[in-house]
Design a protein around this ligand. Structure first.
Ligand SMILES: Nc1ncnc2c1ncn2[C@@H]1O[C@H](COP(=O)(O)OP(=O)(O)OP(=O)(O)O)[C@@H](O)[C@H]1O
Ligand SMILES: [Mg+2]
Length: 275
């Protein structure tokens, strides 16, 4: 259960973590060489914070579904990236690979120069908990906890002290305009309000990278825009890096780059002038 809490992923939702993982893949040096190029670890100022290199994901059902095909994406610290494309083109799968929720069939992901393939499941869970924030379409708050308890949970999981948890929870709930609803259960909140609490929860451990999969997909236009603006504010004020999957291309105005996917591949990338 803690696994689900740490990622904000609901029990049983989406694909199982590690599904489709090929035998032997995922650890060790087998990913060290890709198309003859060695991927070296290490991180220095100016390097991409997140790198997906030649990522492929094949699901072993039926004749096999290749959801992501040799996708490479380098994300600079503080970038705000949108991922768009038709249903089924691999957006969620790519996000799961970049967030370490699932393992690639081939390719490598590095966060701050550290290869995911070197980490076992516990190491990957720790990395997700401390360095990556997840926001999902259906908010995924825990119904028997209040807003404040939902936001506090990721901090409890990494063992922060109570007074620090209290301080950060208040700060985050205030930042998303939900302090007055701190003691409400999710059932007493509107969809927009629930998503704002979910955003606060995703940011609780001050992740360097926030991954959001259609965070506005279940919201009306006004509330959707509010969530994107909230992301943008954190992006600007706290320098956090955002990768947001969306069907709403009007959000492009908030993005440094827009990645267009089709049939498991990156078709084109727009933008790229990052200040
Ligand atoms: N666990 C799975 N097992 C088998 N096939 C899967 C699995 N997850 C995704 N797929 C397939 O991989 C492809 C990409 O799926 P993905 O969920 O990444 O698409 P998407 O771009 O996020 O679509 P949407 O916009 O509808 O959310 C689809 O053809 C899908 O059916
Ligand atoms: Mg999806």
């Amino acid at each position: 259960m803690s696994e689900n809490l740490s990622t904000g992923r609901p029990a049983g939702a989406g694909r199982p973590v590690g599904a489709g993982r090929p035998a032997g893949a995922g650890r060790g040096e087998s990913y060290g060489y890709l198309k003859g190029k060695k991927i070296t670890e290490g991180y220095k100022p100016g390097d991409p914070i997140l790198r997906g290199i030649n990522l492929s994901k094949k699901f072993l059902v039926g004749e096999g579904v290749v959801a992501v095909r040799e996708v490479s994406l380098e994300v600079k610290p503080g970038e705000f990236i949108l991922v768009v494309g038709p249903s089924g083109c691999g957006k969620s799968t790519l996000l799961s690979l970049l967030g370490g929720l699932d393992r690639p069939s081939a390719g490598e992901v590095l966060l701050e120069g550290r290869k995911y393939s070197r980490l076992d499941e516990n190491g990957l869970a720790r990395l997700r908990r401390s360095s990556i924030g997840f926001v999902f379409q259906f908010f995924n708050l825990l119904g028997d906890l209040t807003s404040a308890e939902n936001v506090s949970l990721p901090m409890r999981l990494i063992g922060l002290k109570e007074d620090e948890i209290h301080r950060r929870t208040e700060d985050l709930l205030a930042a998303v305009g939900m302090l007055e609803r701190a003691n409400h259960s999710p059932y007493e909140l509107s969809g927009g309000e629930q998503q704002r609490v979910a955003v606060a929860r995703a940011l609780a451990n001050q992740p360097k990278v926030v991954l959001a999969d259609e965070p506005t997909g279940n919201l009306d236009r006004k509330n959707g825009l509010e969530v994107i603006k909230l992301f943008k504010r954190f992006n600007k004020e706290r320098g956090q890096t955002f990768i947001v999957v969306t069907h709403d291309q009007s959000f492009a105005e908030f993005a440094d780059r827009v990645v267009h996917m089709e049939d498991g591949r990156i078709l084109k990338v727009e933008g790229g002038v990052v200040g």
